[in-house]
Design a protein around this ligand. Structure first.
Ligand SMILES: Nc1ncnc2c1ncn2[C@@H]1O[C@H](COP(=O)(O)OP(=O)(O)OP(=O)(O)O)[C@@H](O)[C@H]1O
Length: 294
C-alpha cells in the first residue's frame, strides 16, 4: 500500500516554539484527525506537508515525492485548505473557480457545480460579500473540485454553524468514498474527528503524544467507577492515567483497559461499580493532563 505522506525525524524551530522529532505516516485512502490545543503545532505540521514551511531537520515525503525537492509534483495532487490561501475579495467565486481550473487539470466542473448547490454558494457573488462560513465553504469547494489525492484541511469546520458543519462533513465523506483519496485534518472539535477519522493523532507542545487507529484507541480507554477506600498509587498502576476521589467514590481514567486489570483491582479491595467507554474529548484531555502518551 502506498503512503499518502511520511514524516521522519522532523523538527521545526520558531523563536518560542519547536515541533520536535515527528515520526508520522499515513497509508493512502485513510483519514487522519489531528487533535491539539491552541498552539500545539497542528498548523505547522500541515504547512510542512503542504510545502508552505520548511522542516529544519528530518525527511518529508508527500504522495511518494520528497519535499521540498519534488514539491511541484506533490502539489499537483495535493489540496490544502488553510487561512494561508487568500481569496480575492473583489473577485467572484466564479473567477476563483476558473483560476484554479486553469492551473489544475484534475478540476471537475460537474462536481464543482454540485458542491456549489450543496454548500448553497453563488458563483457570481464577489468574495467581499461572503460571510465567514461561506468563505470557508468556498475554500473547501475550490479544493474538493480539484479532486486531489491528498487533502490537508486546517480546521475545516471551525466557525461554521451546525448546518454548514454537517454539509461540510457530508461532502468530506463523499470525497472519501473514493478509496484512493486521503485526508489529514486538524480540529478542535473532537466530535468531528471521532466521526470522520480512521486514525487519530494527538499533538501537544510540538510533540506527538499518540497516533493510533481510532477503534483500538476508543476500545482501550475506560472510565471506571469504584466504591470503597482503595485508591491506586498511579506509579504502581501505569494503566491508570487519572484518579479522582470524591467521598467514597473513586473515578479512574484507564488507558489500557482489560478484564485482568479489573481483577487485579478487585484483589486490592476495589468495589467496581462501572467501566464505561470514554469519548475522544475525554481521552484527549486526560492524556494532556496526565502529561504523557496515550
Ligand atoms: N511563522 C512563525 N513564526 C514564529 N512562530 C510561529 C510561526 N508559526 C507558528 N508559530 C508558533 O508556533 C506555535 C504553534 O503554532 P501552530 O499554528 O502550529 O499551532 P496550532 O496547533 O495550529 O494552533 P491553533 O489551534 O491555535 O491554530 C505557536 O506558538 C505559534 O506562535
Amino acid at each position: 500500500m502506498s503512503t499518502a505522506f511520511a514524516l521522519s525525524g522532523v523538527t521545526k524551530r520558531y523563536e518560542n516554539f519547536a515541533l520536535r522529532d515527528i515520526d508520522l505516516s499515513m497509508p493512502e485512502g485513510q483519514v487522519m484527525g489531528l487533535v491539539g490545543v491552541n498552539g500545539a503545532g497542528k498548523t505547522t505540521l500541515l504547512r510542512i506537508l503542504g510545502g508552505l514551511a520548511l522542516a529544519d531537520t528530518g525527511t518529508v515525503e508527500v504522495l511518494g515525492h520528497d519535499m521540498p525537492a519534488q514539491q511541484v509534483a506533490a502539489k499537483s495532487d495535493l489540496g490544502f485548505a488553510t487561512e494561508d490561501m487568500r481569496l480575492f475579495k473583489t473577485r467572484t467565486l466564479r473567477w476563483h473557480m476558473d483560476f484554479v481550473r486553469s492551473i489544475y487539470p484534475g478540476w471537475d466542473e460537474v462536481y464543482a457545480a454540485d458542491l456549489l448547490r450543496r454548500f448553497d454558494l453563488r458563483a457570481e457573488q464577489r468574495l467581499a460579500g461572503f460571510s465567514h462560513g461561506q468563505r470557508v465553504k468556498a475554500l473547501l469547494m475550490l479544493n474538493f473540485a480539484r479532486r486531489p489525492k491528498l487533502l490537508l484541511l486546517d480546521e475545516p469546520t471551525t466557525g461554521l454553524d451546525p448546518v454548514a458543519r454537517d454539509e461540510v462533513l457530508e461532502a468530506l465523506a463523499d470525497v472519501l468514498r473514493d478509496e484512493a483519496r486521503s485526508v489529514l485534518f486538524s480540529s478542535h472539535n473532537t466530535k468531528d474527528i471521532e466521526q470522520m477519522a480512521d486514525t487519530i493523532t494527538f499533538v501537544h507542545n510540538g510533540t506527538l503524544l499518540a497516533s493510533r487507529d481510532k477503534e483500538s484507541f476508543l476500545d482501550d480507554w475506560r472510565r471506571v467507577i469504584c466504591h470503597g477506600s482503595w485508591v491506586p498509587d498511579k506509579a504502581a498502576w501505569p494503566e491508570i492515567a487519572a484518579v479522582r476521589q470524591n467521598g467514597s467514590i473513586v473515578e479512574l481514567k484507564v488507558r489500557q483497559f482489560s478484564a485482568g486489570l479489573l481483577e487485579r483491582m478487585q484483589t486490592q479491595g476495589a468495589e467496581i461499580r462501572s467501566a464505561d467507554p470514554m469519548n475522544l474529548e475525554d481521552i484527549f484531555v486526560t492524556t494532556v493532563r496526565a502529561g504523557g502518551a496515550a
